[in-house]
Design a protein around this ligand. Sequence first.
Ligand SMILES: NC(=O)c1ccc[n+]([C@@H]2O[C@H](COP(=O)([O-])OP(=O)(O)OC[C@H]3O[C@@H](n4cnc5c(N)ncnc54)[C@H](OP(=O)(O)O)[C@@H]3O)[C@@H](O)[C@H]2O)c1
Length: 251
Amino acid sequence: MGQLDNKIALVTGASTGIGLAVARRFAAEGATVYLTGRREAELAAAVEQVGGRGVGVRSDVSRLDDLDRLYAEIAERSGRLDIVVANAGVGDFGPLGEITEEEYDRTTDINLKGTVFTVQKALPLLPAGASVIVLSSSAALRGAPGLGVYAATKAAIRSLARTWAAELADRGIRVNALTPGPVATPGADELRAALPQDDGATPAARPAPPTPLGRVGRPEEVAATALYLAGDQSTFTTGAELLVDGGVTQI
Ligand SMILES: NC(=O)c1ccc[n+]([C@@H]2O[C@H](COP(=O)([O-])OP(=O)(O)OC[C@H]3O[C@@H](n4cnc5c(N)ncnc54)[C@H](OP(=O)(O)O)[C@@H]3O)[C@@H](O)[C@H]2O)c1
């Protein structure tokens, strides 16, 4: 018996990284999982990895017509949605003074607008007992040079979890923020590569370990926490933020 038997779940941005790990874990626990992403081939490969309980719907969270199409398909095939993981997100490196309008629009459109409308348009399908999980970031809790716009969208997402938890409590729907620290994924590896590098020439200049635990996280470790928030082990938890960050924001 799985922890999510008979549940219907949506994970946006599930073709790689954290979203894929969440989709795989949810399916392994018995859920039917809808996966989204913009790139066809990557999405098809992800659905293949998830197995028979995975359904791919190619869509862009920043496009409202794509979201309408996604939810129409879920409504037709499954009739309801028990779990929403608004995971799709991007980060651009842009210190103050170098932020371009294009990067600003891309980051806010996908991370903030995408999260708002992913959750809003899911509402008609959510039954009592549904769990909504939104992805914040440890970058929202620390001053990380070059990540201002990204961090601001993630701080907004954490705030939305509180507001939506209040607004949806009387429907019996829980909303929580899941906040990873540095986790090894294609997106994060690309972003970290864009950050200014210490040359490590002297011992004093060697880069510090990425977290107090001495390593970056694995997507599967974030997926385990998503499973906790999605399922029946967390039925008294709403409006909360769960950190999966190797202690980086606390120690
Ligand atoms: N990894 C970390 O260190 C870390 C830390 C804190 C927070 N997070 C957050 O965790 C989430 C997942 O990050 P990740 O590191 O796993 O990223 P990733 O490896 O880059 O994966 C992002 C996924 O989202 C999809 N995506 C991007 N834009 C999309 C859009 N407009 N519509 C639909 N899908 C979209 C991508 O596929 P397509 O490009 O094909 O659409 C991909 O499947 C993000 O919200 C990120 O901000 C990550």
